[in-house]
Design a protein around this ligand. Structure first.
Ligand SMILES: [Fe+2]
Ligand SMILES: [Fe+2]
Length: 201
């Protein structure tokens, strides 16, 4: 099933970035204790340990561009209309997309406000709270899609329909993200995961 594999690959890479984002947030929380600060560029909090602000900006960009603008819209446009209840409650999935979108917007606005107003802002705590809420949401949402949506899609599509739809998914990827998008975004994801892993030791 090309379509199900296509979506599963997206899910894996989105989850990797989301978990890296979550790890970065707890590293920040752990180091900063009660007086949480927004990480500053080129000056990671905690005397050089932990991801810097650049990491957060790149992770949010990734989740917005690849996770929402590409993957989320792809599901809403091409996949959800193929599915029916009770196998999949598409309305719940759509609402979760909306919620993720809202939370990402909020994270981005916090980030923009913080760039305008200096590093130490009230947004620090809010940013971390928002970030972990987003990570939880993505984890639950993607687990549910893997568990119920992908098998239902395999049932709903004939081999021929699957092949046709998979071509639409590829075209959509090129349209939204440009050429070689999969390689580029997987590379970004790799870098982001490495940035959080290296702080484990
Ligand atoms: Fe989704
Ligand atoms: Fe998905």
């Amino acid at each position: 099933m090309r379509c199900a594999q296509n979506l599963k690959r997206d899910h894996d890479v989105i989850l990797h970035v989301a978990f890296a984002f979550g790890r970065a947030c707890s590293q920040l929380m752990g180091q900063e204790g009660s007086s949480t600060r927004v990480p500053e560029p080129h000056r990671p909090p905690g005397g050089g340990r932990g991801p810097d602000r650049e990491f957060f900006i790149r992770a949010i960009d990734f989740l917005e561009d690849f996770g929402d603008r590409y993957h989320g819209v792809k599901e809403e446009t091409f996949i959800f209309p193929r599915l029916t209840r009770p196998a999949v409650d598409v309305e719940v999935l759509r609402r979760e997309h909306e919620e993720a979108r809202r939370r990402l917007r909020c994270l981005r606005e916090t980030r923009v406000g913080e760039q305008a107003g200096g590093a130490e802002v009230d947004g620090g705590r809010g940013l971390l709270r928002e970030a972990s809420a987003l990570v939880d949401l993505l984890r639950v949402h993607i687990q549910e899609e893997n568990k119920s949506m992908l098998p239902a899609l395999e049932v709903a599509l004939s081999d021929e329909e699957d092949g046709g739809l998979a071509r639409h998914l590829d075209d959509f990827e090129a349209m939204v993200l440009g050429p070689n998008a999969e390689d580029r975004y997987h590379q970004i994801a790799h870098e982001l995961v490495d940035l959080t892993d290296q702080h484990h030791h």
